[in-house]
Design a protein around this ligand. Structure first.
Ligand code: ATP
Ligand code: MG
Ligand code: MG
Length: 593
């Protein structure tokens, strides 16, 4: 099995497994899970993690880190990872996002049914399925004197919370009786109070140095139709209350989140401790662990800001190949293997840092180097005419040439072969001809010989130009008996071999050249206006020519265009006979053409 880099979370899991922290666990019966586990049975999973996105947008490369981490830990430790929608916020959530998130997770190579690494469960988890339980938990806290209905205005609540230097002030509603709180909370539930008129707060400590423990709100009134529960509820749990409960009901062992939630951990522990004491959830309770979120240079990973790029038409959609969304990366041509490799390489740490974007491209190249078939494309075409072709090769002759499609085929396999036809007219790259060569120039200029890669040696004789002096055709002669792979191939020495596409069998192609969306490596750091650093050259379309093997590509098939880098047949617009390619990345960093 592949080497798994170790990290602090693996250390924690190793310790828990060694100490048998979760060995005594009995399955408690999560709503929706009944078919798979009978309550009271030993829980067969060694560890349980979860990936809990809010279905309010498309997943991005930061989520990929969390997916690879959570599903990867479950896979490597023979546990399970719950695919859970954290859908407690009725306003922003949509089915479109639910579907897109599931697609993205599957595409990345993970899953939630028995087809994925023998996981026992085969369904999705929705936080909104636990609304009944959450409501009961809230009533139980009230009855235990651990929660109260606060009817201060939001401004009063804010002012009375205090700050880092000042302790908070008790709400005048804090001393309400349990009975009064219970009755008032039920009125909240029954729609007797207006939106925002009251909140339920945990009763902890208004003087706590951790502001998150100064009686955090746990329920709010919000009349909004929920995508799952419809109009059943007009009160909704706050994230900080809902999330620990979701974890506990699903008997998550290691609840892994990003560092912003570190300050929330004391409340997470407080709540689960109280609910366990009240007999509502099982011991041992889940534990929260924090890791540093992914920050990638030249990239923004905020769903809200990404949505703004889509809504404002800065990009063509969530799957624009410049977007750091999973659908965007996919359309651009990044592979699931490359993204997994990237996530493994960047590792997991406890302090924030920036990962250079090149790390992702290096992973892509490492994945595709041995897999992507090679092919030639001409992206800035100039016609080359072999003036003696008909004479020496025969009028209208097309010479069959072949090249390996993979320079290093997998051991024990033969290199796949591409077939091309060389004739009198050929497309070459405009930059491969110079009428007056700069010093050191080795390609075509009058009097110089080069090889057409996989074909013949040719000698440049001149060019034709239009009225403006622009070169319209390069003229050359073919040197007979110099074809690659024949005994005469080395009879004429040349300093360069250039890429080409036959005019007879080449196919016109649309090639979309992408570069980073922002010119600033930290486009939204420190509250900067990310739209101020949009890269005006992030997208360019060229008409080029590709060799037949490329024109026959299936949508989403990846290639290495010799000399240019990695390209993918666009999975939306590419069609046989009408090739459309996206540039994924160059062969080296900074290779932008
Ligand atoms: P946003 O704030 O942009 O809406 P989010 O972080 O709230 O995104 P969620 O849907 O709540 O998005 O995220 C699901 C999971 O993905 C969470 O566990 C979150 O910690 C993790 N996650 C989100 N962004 C990143 C990131 N940049 N790096 C690592 N993990 C991330
Ligand atoms: Mg969130
Ligand atoms: Mg967030």
């Amino acid at each position: 099995s592949p080497h798994k880099p170790t990290n602090f979370l693996r250390g924690i899991i190793d310790r828990d497994l060694e100490q048998g922290t979760y060995a005594s666990r009995r399955w408690a019966g999560t709503p929706g899970d009944a078919a798979h586990h009978a309550a009271g049975e030993p829980d067969p999973a060694k560890i349980r993690t979860r990936f809990p996105p809010e279905p309010n947008g498309y997943l991005h490369v930061g989520h990929a880190k969390s997916i690879c981490l959570n599903f990867g830990l479950a896979r490597d430790y023979g546990g399970v990872c719950h695919m859970r929608f954290d859908d407690t916020n009725p306003e922003k959530e949509e089915q479109e996002y639910v579907d897109a998130i599931l697609d993205a997770v599957k595409w990345l190579g993970f899953g939630w049914d028995s087809s994925f690494n023998g996981q026992a469960q085969s369904h999705l988890y929705y936080a909104s399925n636990y609304f009944d339980f959450m409501y009961r938990a809230a009533e139980a806290l009230i009855t235990a004197g651990l929660a109260y209905v606060d009817e201060q205005t939001p401004e009063e609540m804010r002012a009375n919370r205090g700050d880092f230097t000042t302790p908070g002030t008790d709400s005048p509603f804090r001393s309400r009786s349990r009975e009064e709180n219970l009755a008032r909370f039920r009125e909240m539930r029954d729609g007797k109070l207006a939106d925002g008129a009251a909140v339920l707060r945990a009763k902890i400590d208004m003087a706590s140095p951790n502001i998150n423990l100064r009686d955090p709100a746990i329920y709010r009134i919000r009349r909004a139709t929920h995508h799952n529960t419809g109009d059943t509820w007009c009160i909704y749990p706050m994230y900080t209350f809902a999330h620990p409960i979701e974890d506990a009901l699903e008997q998550i062992t290691h609840s892994i989140c990003t560092l912003e939630f570190e300050d929330q951990r004391p409340f997470y522990d407080w709540l689960l401790d109280k609910l366990a004491t009240l007999g509502l959830i099982q011991q041992p309770v889940p534990r929260q662990y924090e890791f540093a979120r992914l920050n990638l240079t030249y990239v923004i990973t905020s769903k809200r800001k990404l949505k703004a790029l889509v809504d404002d038409g800065v990009v063509s959609g969530w799957d624009d190949p410049r977007m750091p969304t999973i659908v965007g990366l996919r359309r651009r041509g990044y592979t699931p293997e490359a993204i997994q490799l990237f996530c493994e390489r960047i590792g997991v740490s406890k302090s924030d840092s920036w990962i250079d974007y090149s790390t992702l491209d290096i992973a892509l190249r490492d994945d595709l180097e041995s897999k992507a078939h090679r092919g030639m494309a001409v992206l800035d075409p100039l016609k080359l005419v072999l003036t003696n072709w008909d004479e020496v090769m025969g009028a209208g002759h097309l010479e069959a040439c072949s090249l390996p499609a993979l320079p290093h085929p997998p051991e024990g396999t033969e290199a796949p072969v591409r077939h091309l036809k060389l004739g009198r007219e050929v497309w070459i790259e405009r930059e491969d001809f110079e009428e007056v060569p700069p010093k050191g120039y080795k390609r075509l200029f009058p009097g110089n010989k080069v090889r057409l890669k996989g074909g013949y040696v040719i000698e440049c004789t001149g060019c034709t130009k239009d009225a403006e002096g622009q070169v319209t055709e390069v003229l050359a002669t073919v040197v007979p008996d110099t074809k690659s792979g024949t005994p005469g191939a080395d009879s004429v020495k040349v300093k360069a071999a250039i890429t080409w596409v036959g005019a007879a069998d080449g196919v016109e192609a649309e090639v979309r050249l992408y570069d980073r969306l922002f010119t600033d490596p930290h486009p939204d750091a420190g509250g900067k206006d990310f739209k101020a650093s949009l890269n005006p050259d992030s997208f360019k379309v060229v008409k080029g020519y590709v060799e037949p093997s490329l024109a026959q590509a299936q949508p989403d098939q990846k290639f290495q265009f010799e000399r240019f880098g990695y390209f993918v047949a666009d999975r939306v617009d590419h069609a046989a006979g009408k090739p459309v390619f996206n540039k994924i990345t160059g062969l080296k960093d900074g290779n932008w053409k």
